[in-house]
Design a protein around this ligand. Structure first.
Ligand code: GLU
Length: 428
């Protein structure tokens, strides 16, 4: 989340400016792409359970739709800002382009804390969001999906409101819906599994067996949980996970030398990925405050929480042992920390590539909704693997050929595709 000293949108623009230079983009292209096409800020008045009305702030930013309708998640978070949403919308444009799906980039958010809201209050926020924004969204314009602290249930409430307004069934309006109500098998797993598909490919390049590796994961929400599950299935050992402690309002890492037991930790975890400290300690986990997840002597770091987590303040604490960083979160690494990671020769799998599995599966969900025919889970995950692996290979081939950092190579491919689409449409 944005803090006083950090602005995600400035970071996204800095990243873009760097690629614009690499691609030698003209002024018009730069002007168009370093800012969103459209943005909306609005009030979501909501009846609370106690009868009062509370007004929440909502945002939706449509960064670019040259390659297809805008696509991207919707976050519920107390620290959401318009600039954070702008950055995330821009990152979605590049993410969809790097995995070559016919979608643009968008993002939304509501400033609220679901920890303190009943299910009914959250439902009314979802419906209120659609009432404010529905006329500017739709299956052919802008398609939301789950993100931080929103789930399949939130998506279904929004769909229901959208369909009530339009008087017709429109399952392509939103993705990440529950299976059985237009959702795709595998969507819940998709982002985390996608992260591990890219880690598997990176390990192949480095000629390291997954079963010989250890990992430390920041976050214990949807992305982290499924990344851990697949990585463990490949034979890897996760020795440390971290999460946000809502009560203490700080982060904690949970470490077990022989490796964490996913089922055991999940049994003491709330629906937001918060691990109960005392319960975990009773299960033999060591609880370490702060950024301990990042200081572990592991082969792989998987930041899967929020943006701006690896910064110039803690990057030097990354162990010499670390060979791969796979960015499960959006924008977890500040540009200064990124420079250090690059100089240290750590194999970085950048966010736009590493966590593209979620939106790729959202695209599959739309395809299935259009056909009204739904694939089995194996088929979905097989297609996801092909998309992720193809994208990984394209990025790593370019990185090798042009002796480029992985992040630069991913950006060059993505931005170039978007520029071409804008150019071919006659926008620039
Ligand atoms: N919120 C996810 C992301 O940041 C998925 C977006 C989507 O499925 O549209 O990539």
């Amino acid at each position: 989340m944005a803090t006083k000293s950090f602005n995600s949108f400035e970071m996204a623009q800095r990243q873009f400016d760097h690629v614009a230079e690499l691609l030698d983009l003209d002024l018009g292209s730069k002007d168009l792409l370093r800012n969103p096409l459209r943005e909306y800020a609005f009030a979501v008045p909501t009846r609370m359970d106690d009868g009062t009305v509370k007004v929440f702030r909502g945002y939706r930013v449509q960064h670019n739709d040259a390659r297809g309708p805008c696509k991207g998640g919707l976050r519920f978070h107390p620290m959401e800002t318009l600039d954070t949403v702008r950055a995330l919308a821009m990152w979605m444009t590049w993410k969809c382009a790097v995995v070559d799906i016919p979608l643009g980039g968008g993002k939304g958010g509501v400033i609220c804390d679901p920890h303190n809201l009943s299910a009914g209050e959250q439902e009314r926020i979802c419906r209120g969001f659609v009432r404010q924004m529905g006329r500017n969204m739709g299956p052919h314009t802008d398609i939301p999906a789950p993100d931080v602290m929103t789930s399949a249930q939130h998506m279904l409430w929004m769909l229901d409101e959208f369909e009530a307004i339009h008087g017709s069934k429109q399952p392509g309006f939103i993705t990440g819906k529950p299976v059985g109500v237009g959702g795709s098998q595998g969507r819940t797993e998709a982002t985390g599994f996608g992260v591990v598909f890219t880690i598997r490919e990176a390990l192949k390049e480095l000629d390291i067996r997954a079963s010989d590796t250890t990992a430390s994961v920041q976050g214990f929400g949807n992305v982290a949980q499924y990344a851990i599950r697949l990585y463990q299935q490949l034979g890897g050992t996760v020795t440390c996970v971290s999460c946000w402690d809502q009560e203490a309002q700080s982060s904690y890492a949970f470490r077990k030398k022989g490796g964490i037991d996913l089922g055991e930790l999940l049994s003491v975890t709330d629906r937001f990925g918060g691990i109960q400290k005392e319960e975990a300690c009773k299960l033999g986990y060591e609880a370490l405050p702060g950024d301990a997840w990042l200081e572990q002597d592991v082969d792989i770091l998987i930041p899967s929480a929020l943006e701006h987590q690896i910064t110039d303040e803690n990057v030097d604490r990354i162990s010499r042992h670390v060979k791969i960083i796979a960015e499960g979160a959006n924008g977890p690494t500040s540009p200064d920390a990124d420079k250090t990671i690059r100089e240290r020769g750590i194999f970085l799998i950048p966010d736009l590539l590493a966590n593209a599995g979620g939106v790729t599966c959202s695209y599959f969900e739309q395809v299935q909704c259009n056909m009204n025919y739904f694939w089995e889970k194996d088929e979905v995950l097989g297609k996801l693997d092909v998309k992720m692996t193809t994208a990984f290979i394209a990025v790593s081939e370019l990185a090798k050929k042009r002796k480029m950092y992985m992040r630069d190579a991913a950006y060059v491919i993505a931005v170039d595709r978007v520029v071409h689409a804008c150019h071919d449409r006659g926008w620039i």
